[in-house]
Each structure stands twice: as structure tokens, then as C-alpha cells.
Design a protein around this ligand. Structure first.
Ligand code: PEP
Ligand code: MG
Length: 536
């Protein structure tokens, strides 16, 4: 028995034969040809056939994984019609007097290299797409069958990486899990895996000789176990069976209301850190997004994300949630979340240091760039904004003033935006104690129990030595939550919890009794919390 670790992109357990994906040889030979017209025609015919294949894939994905995920195949179809791309292939055939296969391959490589050289992470990932469409056209030109046929029956598939089209073509009834060496949690492969509901690991250093052996994928711990001994196998078989039963019961809660037997309704939203998490949120039937940790957009970049980049990301989330509410938290950088380009100095006590709203109010231009992007996204759905780490009324007022300025700037340019409700995170003891005053300023409160616990209990949430006594369910915190709910309600604010404590089902009944209006939890906790609420 041996175990290899990797990073899980979707939880669950799978047990089965390991199968290393082998692709056909795709080397493309350079062949000289004088008849560039015939080669160009071959290219166009292959392009048309490739588009037909993509339409079939789109329809299949639409049924299986929904429109957001299926969209990638529409995008690929559009890329094949891109005049620059098409012209580049035509010119290569004509000027270099070469075969269509080689022209498509070299154009694809050039474009992929160009995308890889871009700073924007999103654009970087498009390199895989351009390679994918070029390989598809080459395969058609070579008269080979559709790709992704390497999968054996009932296997854990091991691959260096999987193109989006390969992932969706996997027959779910045959593939138990997939494990890749490459890939990122932002890649389509990861998104699709989560949506397809099969455990998946990335960054796993597997060996060719694993092929054909028995394996276990532990998607909870990010582990691949090869040739497990009998005891290990028994343990995992048991866990798999209970997982299955639990999942089945939870699935039945999709589409049902989050309401107690006594008729008390609670809004059950998801916490996300990026656009790709929308898929998981929807998959788990989130009724909205209660916390979009927008700082991840900043952390992924080497420089400040532009208004356009941010607008694109927020709009994708809003459109993905299709009319359900989305609460975007403004930049919460600092403390453990640092990006070099902010030029933040070393601090003795960063958790209590220069972070979040403190930085944003000092850098109004940067802050307003984000606020304008959020406002613009609100044109496409229900958007609210919330400000983190608030300790005073004046901070809220200053943030609101900058929001007003951002509105005016957009109006002056004639750029459309919708109504954006404003709220704050309650995550400092100061905010709890003046929540009656703060409630006069905003539409809602969202209690961040992770930070609130650290500041109230004087326990650094990053310090592993304190894990045993870090207790967000401490009576002090529960009293604070109650106080915030009462003060919020008295002044017309709704109150939610978006810290990890919100997912603690042993406290759900207490939260309902206190009158908490919303719980925003990691997507995988949505159905367990709904189950708990419905049993109260
Ligand atoms: C919190 O502090 O509870 C919270 C939700 O925010 P974060 O964990 O991102 O600090
Ligand atoms: Mg926090």
C-alpha cells in the first residue's frame, strides 16, 4: 500500500481500478504543399465539422451540468469563428506552403503562448482553450474519432491534465473519480468535476505503474491510496456507503424551502471566494450568495485588478445566480491575506493591523474602482455590498460617501447600474456594542464569527496551538449574536451570520430562536443546514 497526496477539488470517496489515460499520438507532421487553396478548403471543412462536434457536446453538457458549464463549448465554437484565428491559419497555409494540420498546430501554439504571457489569470487560462480547439480541428483533419475515448469501465482516471472537453465527455457511469497531475482550482476541469459530482484531486504525482492497480481516492483529505490493505479498504468502503446514503437523503432537500416546522424561514446562502464557486453554490441549491470574498480577485493578480476585470467577475457571479441575491464584501486585504503590490509593511500584529476598510478608506481611488465595478454588476441582478472590519459609525459613513461618489461618476458617464443595498460585517466587539447606532446607517448586518471570536476571545485564529480553545460557540459570542440581532431588528436591519459558526447545526435552533434572518455557509453545508432547519 502507498499513498500520494494532492489537492482536492471535490470531496467524496471513490474505490476502483486505476487507469492512466493514454492519448493517441498527436504529433503533427509538416508537409509542404503548393495547392494552398485545397489545404485552406480542408481547414474550413474540418473547422465546420469541429463546430458540429462542439454543438453536440454543448447539448450534452447542457442536460448534464447546466448552462453555465456548458457555455465553454459555445465559447469554443465562437473561437473557431474568430476572424483573427481563422485568418492566421489561412495565412500560414498560404505563406509557408504547408498542410492545414501544421498551420492549425502552429497558430494554436502561437496564440496559447500569447495568452500564457498575459498577466490576467483568466486570460492565462484561455491558453488551454485555444489548444483544445486547435487539437480538435487537427484530429478532424487527421480523420480520427472523437477524443476522450480512453476511459476504461468503472475506473479512477489518472491523467496529466484533462481538457474541458475531455472532462465532460467522461461517462459518469464509468468514471468513479479523476486525478490529475496538473490543473488549478480555477480551471474548467476543476469546475466541471465539482459539478459532475465525482471526487477529484489535482496536483497528484502518480506513476505510470499505478495503471491497473486498485486505488482509493479520498477527496476529503486529498489522498490517493494505491493497493490499499484490507483494513484500509474496509474503512473506506464503510465511509463510502454512509456517504452515499447521506448524499441521497440530502439531495432530496434540493428545491425545498429552508423553513422550520413552525414556519420560520431562514435565507440559506453560500460563501464563495471566486467566480468558479458559483457552480458549487448552485449545485448545493444556495438561495443566494451571502459572502463573496472579493479579495481573492486581488490575490490572484500581480497588480490591482481593473474596474473592467472586477466588473466581469461580479457580473459572472450575478448572472450565474440568475436573480438570486449576491452580497459582495469589499476588499478585505491585510492580516493573513497579503499581496506584494499593495506595499504593506511588516506588522507585529497584523490581525489587529492595517487591513480591510482601513486600507480602502485611505485609498479612495482604489476603493471606488471596486465600488463602480460592483454597481455596474448590479444592473444584471440583485446585488448588495458589505464593508468588513467596521469599528465606528464614521467609517460606515465614509464608505457610503465613497459609494455615492462612485454612483455619481457612473451616472455622469451614462453607465447603467442598479440599486445596491449596503451592509456591514459585524466582526469586531466594537461593532457589536454600537450595533444600535450602526443599524441606523445600513440595510443589513452580517456577523463574521471567525474574526469576532478572535477579537472577543483574544485568540489568534491562525495560531494552531490555540485550536483547542478557539471556540466560536463561546457564550460570549452567542450573547453578542443575540444583541446584534435585537439591535438590528429594532432599527430595521436584517441580520445574518457568514462566519463558519453559521454552519454549526448544533446551534441552528438557537440562531432561529434569536431571530437570525440569514445563514451563509460553505456550499457543502447548505443541504445539511437546510435539513436541520426543517427538523426544528
Ligand atoms: C469572518 O470573519 O467571520 C468572516 C466571514 O470573514 P473572513 O473569514 O473572510 O475573515
Ligand atoms: Mg473576517
Amino acid at each position: 500500500m502507498e499513498a500520494v497526496t494532492g489537492r482536492s477539488v471535490y470531496g467524496g470517496i471513490a474505490i476502483g481500478k486505476l487507469s492512466v489515460l493514454r492519448r493517441e499520438d498527436t504529433t503533427v507532421k509538416r508537409i509542404r504543399t503548393e495547392d494552398y487553396k485545397a489545404e485552406t478548403e480542408r481547414f474550413h471543412k474540418a473547422r465546420k465539422d469541429a463546430k458540429k462536434e462542439l454543438k453536440v457536446l454543448y447539448d450534452k453538457a447542457l442536460k448534464e451540468v447546466g448552462s453555465i458549464n456548458a457555455m465553454i463549448f459555445e465559447v469554443h465554437r465562437m473561437m473557431l469563428d474568430d476572424p483573427d484565428y481563422v485568418e492566421a491559419v489561412e495565412n500560414t497555409i498560404k505563406s509557408q506552403k504547408i498542410n492545414a494540420e501544421y498551420a492549425v498546430a502552429s497558430t494554436g501554439d502561437n496564440y496559447a503562448e500569447m495568452f500564457m504571457g498575459m498577466e490576467d489569470e483568466y486570460m492565462k487560462e484561455r491558453a488551454a482553450d485555444i489548444k483544445d480547439i486547435s487539437n480538435r480541428v487537427i484530429r478532424v483533419l487527421q480523420g480520427k474519432n472523437s477524443d476522450g475515448e480512453g476511459a476504461d469501465t468503472h475506473v479512477i482516471l489518472l491523467a496529466d491534465d484533462l481538457a474541458p472537453s475531455e472532462t465532460v465527455q467522461l461517462d459518469k457511469s464509468k468514471v468513479l473519480s479523476f486525478v490529475t497531475m496538473g490543473g488549478s482550482s480555477n480551471s474548467h476541469t476543476a469546475i466541471l468535476a465539482r459539478t459532475m459530482n465525482i471526487p477529484a484531486l489535482i496536483g497528484v504525482d502518480y506513476r505510470e505503474d499505478f495503471d491497473g492497480k486498485l486505488g482509493i481516492v479520498d477527496g476529503y483529505r486529498g489522498k490517493l491510496i494505491v493497493e490499499p490493505d484490507e483494513d484500509t479498504l474496509k474503512v473506506y468502503e464503510k465511509r463510502m456507503a454512509s456517504d452515499r446514503e447521506r448524499k441521497r437523503l440530502l439531495e432530496e432537500l434540493k428545491g425545498k424551502e429552508t423553513v422550520s416546522t413552525g414556519g420560520q424561514k431562514v435565507n440559506l446562502y453560500a460563501n464563495i471566494s471566486g467566480v468558479s464557486d458559483v457552480v458549487t453554490a448552485l449545485q448545493n441549491d444556495a438561495e443566494g450568495i451571502g459572502l463573496f470574498r472579493s479579495e481573492f480577485l486581488y490575490l490572484e493578480n500581480n497588480t490591482y485588478p481593473t474596474e473592467e476585470q472586477q466588473f466581469g467577475a461580479y457580473k459572472s457571479v450575478v448572472e450565474g445566480m440568475a436573480g438570486r441575491p449576491v452580497i459582495i464584501r469589499t476588499l478585505d486585504i491585510g492580516a493573513d491575506k497579503k499581496a506584494d503590490y499593495f506595499g504593506l509593511l511588516h506588522e507585529e500584529n497584523p490581525a489587529m493591523g492595517y487591513r480591510a476598510i482601513r486600507i480602502c478608506l485611505d485609498r479612495p481611488d482604489m476603493f471606488k474602482t471596486q465600488l463602480r465595478a460592483i454597481l455596474r454588476a448590479s444592473y444584471y441582478g440583485k446585488v448588495s455590498v458589505m464593508y468588513p472590519m467596521i469599528i465606528s459609525v464614521s467609517e460606515v459613513q465614509r464608505a457610503k460617501n465613497l459609494m455615492e461618489e462612485a454612483r455619481e461618476e457612473l451616472s455622469q458617464k451614462g453607465i447603467p447600474f442598479g440599486k445596491v443595498n449596503e451592509g456591514i460585517m459585524i466582526e469586531t466587539p466594537a461593532a457589536v456594542m454600537i450595533s444600535d447606532l450602526l443599524a441606523e446607517e445600513v440595510d443589513f448586518f452580517s456577523i463574521g464569527t471567525n474574526d469576532l471570536s478572535q477579537y472577543t476571545l483574544a485568540l489568534d485564529r491562525q495560531n494552531a496551538k490555540l485550536d483547542a480553545i478557539y471556540d466560536p460557540g463561546h457564550p460570549a459570542i452567542l450573547r453578542m449574536i443575540e444583541m446584534v440581532v435585537n439591535n438590528g431588528h429594532k432599527h430595521g436591519c436584517w441580520v445574518g451570520i457568514c462566519g463558519e459558526l453559521g454552519a454549526d447545526t448544533s446551534l441552528t435552533e438557537k440562531f432561529l430562536k434569536m431571530g437570525v434572518d440569514e445563514l451563509s455557509v460553505s456550499p457543502s453545508y447548505i443541504l445539511p443546514v437546510r435539513e436541520r432547519v426543517r427538523n426544528i
